[in-house]
Design a protein around this ligand. Structure first.
Ligand code: CP
Length: 304
């Protein structure tokens, strides 16, 4: 079954194939299932980019999107996630996209449900489609990952984006630097080396900024927003330390003037809105992968 739960479960060949497919979709390639197919997006946490871009991707592939509002669903009456998915399966839904606050919510489901699950973010765990769109944006810029230095900056410990990206970028031959306030370092993530922020900014080809994940922890730093920005953010002065061809990424939503100066969000180096655009193509590729091979290994779908 073609679940997409973490990128660590994909070979590099599979990752690169998804990026190639996403590029094809960005150039206008069309792909359809032979019969109308139904998908559902189950979001148990807020989202703008991931939810909306999955929905655009689904509609571009001609899929029928079943509306699902967690607050108005039978989850409110105590239904389990397993029973929700089994219900959708039994009425003909062929793939579910899930965002959930619990780390690795998919661990048991992966063996018990009969349709592919696409992970749209699990707690502090993984965000594979965000990572793929980041990879697509980096490859468009540099043509390769090997030899690049990527600095991931901010609340590393609570970031599923940091976890997904550090693992796959290392496998692809990039060097990962982390820069974080002391209390948000992640001792469990061995894919990067911690450096001070000025070093990270000077050495990186890609500066990837992270939002403070306030919704996952109540930890206060005892700093004002201005103090955080000055000590741990990409200020205008730090942007001027970056190498001439280096770029800025951020998974967004952005807290302007906290992790990044507001005027840098759309500066020449920023690829933040390009990341969002690429998100649609990456999600088209991921949906195609999920739908095209059913439980019997039969291949569905066709280009036209
Ligand atoms: N980057 C990201 O996952 O954004 P949303 O939370 O808005 O989906």
């Amino acid at each position: 079954m073609n679940h997409l739960l973490t990128l660590a479960e994909l070979s590099l060949e599979e990752v690169l194939t998804l990026l190639d497919e996403a590029e094809q979709f960005s150039r206008g390639t069309h792909w359809r299932m032979p019969e109308p197919a139904f998908v559902a997006n189950l979001f148990f946490e807020p989202s703008t980019r991931t939810k909306c871009s999955f929905e655009v991707a689904e509609r571009r592939l001609g899929l029928h999107v079943i509306p699902f509002d967690a607050d108005m669903s039978s989850v409110q009456k105590g239904e389990t996630l397993y029973d929700t998915i089994r219900t959708l399966e039994s009425i003909g839904v062929q793939t579910v996209v899930i965002r959930h606050p619990e780390d690795r919510y998919f661990e048991e489901l992966r063996h018990s449900v009969h349709i592919p699950i696409i992970n749209a973010g699990d707690g502090c765990g993984h965000h594979p489609t965000q990572s793929l769109l980041d990879l697509m944006t980096i490859r468009q810029e540099f043509g390769t990952f090997r030899g690049l230095t990527v600095a991931i900056v901010g609340d590393i410990r609570h970031s599923r984006v940091a976890r997904s990206n550090a693992e796959v970028l290392t496998r692809l031959g990039a060097t990962v630097l982390f820069s974080s306030p002391e209390q948000w370092k992640d001792d469990t993530n061995s894919y990067g080396t911690y450096v001070d922020l000025d070093t990270a900014v000077r050495e990186a080809d890609v500066v990837m900024l992270l939002r403070i994940q306030h919704e996952r922890h109540g930890e206060k730093m005892g700093l004002t927003k201005e103090q955080y920005h000055e000590q741990y953010g990409l200020t205008i002065a730090r942007e001027q330390m970056m190498k001439p061809k280096s770029i800025i990424l951020h998974p967004a939503p952005v807290n302007r003037d906290v992790e990044i100066a507001s005027s840098l969000v759309e500066c020449e180096r920023s690829r933040i809105f390009k990341q969002m655009e690429n998100g649609v193509y990456v999600r088209m590729a991921v949906l195609k992968r999920a739908l095209q091979s059913d439980e019997r290994g039969m291949h569905n779908g066709y280009y036209f």
